[in-house]
Design a protein around this ligand. Structure first.
Ligand SMILES: O=C(O)c1cc(=O)[nH]c(=O)n1[C@@H]1O[C@H](COP(=O)(O)O)[C@@H](O)[C@H]1O
Length: 270
């Protein structure tokens, strides 16, 4: 499901983030009605021109039950456009809770109906096991944080354990899980990290989400070169680089078209 779409549509994955910051910038009320309006505008502008939408769960959950209902409506709207929904919740817990996270986030039978959920492996990769098995059985993905782009991450993810960094070890665990169980483990690798290409190369069958597009001072060509190491398996998320053109639908659509063009020529099979 994921690779089919990544190979036939743009690898672009548009962020949906009804945060206080974005609602203010778009002059919309910081409440569930404002959030709904923002989501409608984003879906109208992007339509089926992106493979996936990355939906920031906390920006919905902060509105309680109404926000959760809105999130589900947005996932349905994404599916109506033939796109996939990444639920960005960064889940992490001991393995006895992970089935319940799957009930909440993953697959058509779950509460929120996502096609992927982000997860952190820092309670031990094995604790993700039940979530990964549920992803495999529902044709969805668990996007495991391997090396993130935030400044605070280096001390942990770059730490050396044995002969590998924590990030390298996590990448090997992602690939190892897929080799043994079927492809359900995906990876998040900040594309602007100098070790990004090497980490991607350690996971030859995993879908890789590569954040970094559209951030100030980041060359698109460098990011696209990292994505080229995962042909047909790269997901390129972008939030700020597109949303800053809103809320005008035509301006948002034009920005998406430009980003598609910029990455399209060089990311194979996308
Ligand atoms: O999980 C992510 O997508 C993520 C990974 C990472 O390494 N760095 C990172 O900033 N993100 C997410 O990317 C979002 C910002 O996206 P941009 O506005 O496109 O840079 C943040 O809200 C994070 O949730």
């Amino acid at each position: 499901m994921w690779t089919d779409l990544l190979q036939t549509r743009s690898a672009l994955c548009l962020g949906i983030a009804p945060s206080p910051k974005w609602l203010r910038a778009w002059r919309m009320p910081d409440d569930v009605d404002g959030a709904r309006r923002m989501c409608e505008v984003v879906l109208e502008a992007a339509g089926d021109r992106v493979s996936a939408y990355r939906i920031q769960v906390p920006f919905f959950a902060r509105f309680g039950a109404a926000g959760t209902a809105l999130l589900r409506d947005v996932v349905d709207g994404v599916h109506e456009r033939g796109s996939l929904a990444v639920l960005d919740a960064k889940v992490c817990d001991a393995d006895d809770t992970m089935d319940s996270y799957a009930d909440l986030y993953l697959g058509p039978g779950s509460v929120l109906g996502g096609d992927a959920v982000t997860a952190t492996p820092f309670m031990g990769f094995a604790s993700l096991g039940p979530l990964l098995r549920r992803a495999r059985d529902s044709g969805t993905l668990v996007m495991v944080l391997v090396r993130t782009s935030n400044h605070a991450a280096g001390g942990v993810q770059g730490a050396v354990t044995g002969s590998r960094t924590v990030a390298q070890r996590t990448a090997d665990e992602v690939q190892g899980w897929n080799d043994e169980n079927g492809v359900a483990a995906a990876a998040v690798v900040g594309a602007d990290r100098e070790e990004a290409a090497e980490l991607v190369a350690r996971m030859p069958s995993a879908v890789v989400e590569l954040p970094g597009l559209g951030r100030a001072g980041r060359a698109t060509g460098d990011l696209v070169a990292v994505a080229a190491g995962a042909p047909g398996r790269a997901v390129l998320p972008i939030t700020t680089g597109v949303l800053r053109h809103g809320p005008d639908v035509a301006a948002l659509a034009a920005s998406i078209a430009t980003w598609r063009e910029e990455i399209g020529a060089e990311v194979p099979a996308c």
